[in-house]
Each structure stands twice: as structure tokens, then as C-alpha cells.
Ligand binder design. Structure first.
Ligand code: HPA
Length: 278
């Protein structure tokens, strides 16, 4: 299945790029942003060119609640940005090829820096719902890897180094931006599961022992592919809830959406300031 997909993506990519180029003309995005749960409307604040995923070769239709499913091209503080309003999740049944295909398209469009955002559960006691966490590293517990299959040598090497997936320099930039705005932040390790079920308390305990500070169902595939392609990555988690077993409350998606909604004004300010400083 993987090789079949790759074969297909290989063909679609060129026509996807051509199609996007026709829509955006000489707009050359150099920074990409993947907007996570509850944060999608950041993209609504700017004059932009929008392209629904459904119109682009190789993009699957995105159907998760709260996500629009389109590429948004906008200039923010003089920076040319491409945003994903809605992302593909592995738990929806998409292959990791489909999940990470937009990152490869961004690379072909000239993107050098990618900001990946998500909602995540807080694993350690010092990390609180409502806080933002800059991702310093990850644990891939998805049990698979987006680079499995035939390697595309035009994008990256077969066995790419992953010793600094999340750019230290970009974390410094993000820290500076947060401090300037007086926004509280954390730094930590993000563990990715497939979902869609939330974790059990025993699983969260295991992840804590292994060094994870936050848990979510996204980001890692896109970060691996971006790093493989030579795109610098900044990962920001919006901690929306205590992970399972940290307190006695059962988890639900509404809580995730509600917290992300409360944090989103700070998140937008921070993103804008980070774009200023990049
Ligand atoms: N677990 C996994 N994914 C999540 C969580 C969580 O607790 N919160 C938001 N996304």
C-alpha cells in the first residue's frame, strides 16, 4: 500500500505544485504553519488566497470537526506564510504519506521554516492545562514512520539524522517572543500516539517515566518529514487538559476544544510575534 501511494504522490506532486503556483502567482512562502485543534481561525485574520485541499492533487479531503481543510497564503508582518487550516490525522485512517504530503508540497514551494501547533495533554504535574509548551524533542509511539517506502532523493536522504528535529534556534526565538509578551510557557518532550482513543493512566505513567511531558495524536509525522527535507521546525503544544490519570477527570474532546479556545488569543499574539522575530 505504501509503495502504491508513493508512486501516486510522486506523480501528483508536480501537478499539485503547478496548480498552486497558478493560484498564488509569484507569492513565495518561506514559512509554513500547521494550525492544530481550535487554532485554525488564526488564518482568518489576514488577507489571503485560500485553496481547499479537495482541489489539490494528492491532498485528501479533511473532515475532522473544527477543521476547515484548506491552504491559506497570507503576508504577515511582511513575511510570506503558507498555513494549513486543518491537518490530516493518522487516526482518521489516512496513511502517513497523506498526513505528511502537505509538508513535502511546502518544501517544493520554498518553505524553510515550519511552525507546527497542536493540542496536547499535560503529563507532568508542573505542566498545566492552558499553558503553551515549546517542543524540545519527541517520542514516536505511533509504531510507524512517515518515511517508510521508496525514498525520494530530491527531498532528503534515506536515513536522515533526527538529533535536532526541533530547532534550538527557533525555540530561543519563541522564548524571546513569549517573554516579550509576558506569556507563560513551558518546554518539553511530546509523545505521539496514534489515537483516536485517549491513553490509559498506565500508558501515561509509562510515558512520564520515559521522559514525556505532553501527549498528542499528531505533529511527529510532519516534524520527521520536515526535518528530513531540511525544513527547520518549531513545535508548539497548547496543553488543553491533564493527561489520563493525572487527576480523576475523564477526558473528552470538548474540553480540548474549550481550552484551546481560551488560549487562542495568547496563541495568536505569540505566533504573530514569533513571525516578527524569525
Ligand atoms: N491525549 C492525546 N491527545 C490529546 C490529548 C490527550 O490527553 N489532549 C489533546 N490531544
Amino acid at each position: 500500500m505504501h509503495s502504491l501511494h508513493l508512486y501516486q504522490w510522486g506523480y501528483n506532486m508536480e501537478s499539485a505544485i503547478k496548480f498552486i503556483r497558478e493560484k498564488i502567482g509569484d507569492f513565495m512562502p518561506d514559512t509554513g504553519i500547521i494550525l492544530g485543534s481550535g487554532l485554525g481561525d488564526f488564518a482568518d485574520n489576514f488577507d489571503s488566497i485560500k485553496i481547499p485541499y479537495s482541489e489539490i492533487d494528492g491532498f485528501e479531503k479533511s473532515n475532522v470537526q473544527g477543521h476547515k481543510g484548506q491552504l491559506v497564503f497570507a503576508e504577515i508582518n511582511g513575511k510570506k506564510i503558507i498555513m494549513m487550516q486543518g491537518r490530516y490525522h493518522y487516526y482518521e485512517g489516512y496513511s502517513l504519506d497523506a498526513v505528511t504530503y502537505p509538508v513535502k508540497v511546502m518544501k517544493k514551494l520554498g518553505v524553510k521554516t515550519l511552525i507546527i501547533t497542536n493540542a496536547a495533554g499535560a503529563i507532568s504535574g508542573d505542566y498545566l492545562p492552558g499553558e503553551l509548551m515549546f517542543i524540545t524533542d519527541h517520542l514516536n509511539f505511533m509504531g510507524t514512520n512517515p518515511l517508510i517506502g521508496k525514498n525520494d532523493d530530491t527531498l532528503g536522504t534515506r536515513f536522515p539524522d533526527m538529533s535536532e528535529v526541533y530547532s534550538k534556534e527557533l525555540i530561543k526565538t519563541a522564548v524571546n517572543a513569549a517573554e516579550k509578551l509576558n506569556i507563560n510557557y513551558q518546554k518539553g518532550v511530546y509523545v505521539a500516539t496514534t489515537g483516536p482513543s485517549y491513553e490509559t493512566p498506565a500508558e501515561i505513567n509509562m510515558y512520564r517515566i520515559l521522559g514525556a511531558n505532553a501527549v498528542g495524536m499528531s505533529t511527529v509525522p510532519e516534524a520527521i518529514v520536515a526535518n528530513y527535507c531540511g525544513i527547520k521546525v518549531l513545535g508548539i503544544s497548547c496543553l488543553t487538559n491533564y493527561a489520563a490519570g493525572v487527576n480523576d477527570t475523564p477526558l473528552n474532546h470538548q474540553e480540548v476544544i474549550d481550552t484551546a479556545d481560551k488560549v487562542k488569543d495568547n496563541f495568536k499574539k505569540l505566533l504573530t510575534e514569533i513571525l516578527n522575530q524569525i
